[in-house]
Design a protein around this ligand. Structure first.
Ligand code: FES
Ligand code: FE2
Length: 422
């Protein structure tokens, strides 16, 4: 369990909070590139760390990221016109460039006034099919951290965003919790479970496909420069061989989950204390389509996912679409990895009070997530660098392999041990 004070420290990310101060040291995904599909397209209202912004793509294709409310008298720029190299407020026509310069103030023709002003604009990068922004203290912009998926060929990569109405930490913890994979995702992890037979899921794209039928993995954890990595060791039929599934935790909310032929990089970006934008990037050495991933995640059912707004739409209003009849042969009565994960996260409530939980050794990695984040919050409060900040993350990966008794799991991903610099 976690005392209430620490739970609040970890979960609250708004302006002025210690958790928010940690988050504000990092670059964050703010939307997918596909959400701003062409120059002068509709702008996008973005909620990030409890504050509102507008993202837009100007005539040159450059993305701007500004405070949502117009600096004149506060109308939302997300309703504005995007045209001729900037975004124009509907109310009195003030126009702003992607860098925040005031291009026109039609209700006050003297250009000197506009020249003196600058709209609050933030540094933006567009990499790997994602728009990233930095909204932290000016003068402390860290080097931009690159991930391996950014080097993948576009046809070998799929980027999805799923907005889920619960606190980010619930979703992060689900991602660092190997023991749930063989249970919650039974249908995909252990097809044949109903007849007490273990058959391996042949789908090489499915990250819930388990190579072993052991529901009680042994976890081992090691600290790294980016946070930590841990292994879940599962017994196999051969007593000398264990299955090793290694997953990293990248401060403040990142992970990489292995599928047989692809990697799933998942970033749980807090919109505010009770809403999260999950960015999932799938990449590998072979072509992959968005349709395939959407189906695998269970998001091809309109009851669960609105593709236009990227929102996970199921709720208690219809008991998350759970089908009790289906449960005779389907463990959850739900379909798809993300449908199961998001439903469980939502079922914990908008912000779970961890002072009421009861942990077991299988929860060790979850406990480590909290410890690393609390330590990072402390470091930022003391003006020190948190883990992972500004590191080159291209060597961070995940794997699922057979391991014989003479091998060490840390050697499976030797790049995790190298001190990384940006
Ligand atoms: S409020 Fe935007 S121009 Fe006046
Ligand atoms: Fe899961």
């Amino acid at each position: 369990m976690l005392n209430r004070e620490d739970n609040e420290l970890l979960c609250r990310v708004g302006p002025g909070t210690p958790g928010g101060a940690l988050m504000r040291r990092f670059w964050h995904p703010v939307c997918t590139s596909a959400q701003l599909p062409h120059p002068d397209c509709a702008p996008l209202r973005v909620r990030l760390l409890g504050e509102n912004y507008v993202a837009f793509r100007d005539t040159e294709g450059q993305v701007g990221f500004l405070e949502e409310l117009c600096m004149h008298r506060g109308a939302s720029l997300a309703l504005g016109r995007v045209e001729e190299g900037g975004i124009r407020c509907l109310y009195h026509g003030w126009k702003f460039s992607a860098s925040g310069s005031v291009m026109e103030t039609p209700n006050h023709a003297d250009p000197k006034y506009a020249q003196r002003l600058k709209a609050p604009a933030f540094p933006v990068r567009e990499e790997g099919g994602i728009v990233w922004a930095y909204v932290g203290p000016a003068g402390q912009v860290p080097p931009f951290s690159r991930y391996a998926f950014m080097d993948a060929q576009p046809q070998h990569r799929v980027v999805l965003r799923i907005n889920v109405a619960c606190n980010y930490l619930q979703l992060v913890e689900g991602g660092e919790d190997s023991s749930h994979v063989g249970v919650l995702h039974t249908n995909m992890a252990r097809p044949g479970w109903k007849d007490n037979e273990f058959t391996r899921n042949p789908d090489v794209v499915n990250p819930a496909a388990l190579a072993s039928n052991d529901l009680e993995p042994t976890l081992k954890i090691e600290e790294t420069a980016f946070g930590f990595h841990y292994v879940a060791l599962r017994k196999t039929d051969d007593p000398k061989i264990r299955n090793a599934r290694v997953v990293p935790f990248i401060v403040p909310y990142g992970r990489i989950i292995p599928a047989p032929a692809f990697l799933f990089t998942v970033l749980e970006v807090p919109e505010d204390d009770m809403h999260t934008s999950t960015f999932i990037v799938v990449h590998g050495d072979a072509p992959i389509t968005e349709e395939k991933i959407i189906e695998l995640l269970g998001l091809n059912d309109p009851r669960y996912y609105d593709r236009k707004s990227c929102t996970f739409t199921a709720s208690w209003a219809d008991t998350f679409g759970q089908n009790r009849e289906l449960m005779k042969e389907n463990w959850t009565g739900l379909r798809g990895v993300e449908v199961e994960d998001a439903t469980i996260g939502l079922s914990q409530g908008p912000l779970y009070d961890r002072s009421r939980e009861h942990l077991v050794p299988a929860d060790q990695a979850v406990v480590r997530v909290r410890r690393v984040l609390l330590e990072s919050i402390r470091r930022v409060a003391e003006n020190r660098q948190p883990a992972a900040l500004g590191l080159d993350l291209r060597g961070v990966s995940a794997c699922d392999r057979q391991l014989d008794e003479n091998e060490s799991w840390q050697d499976l991903l030797p790049s995790h041990r190298q001190p990384a610099t940006a």
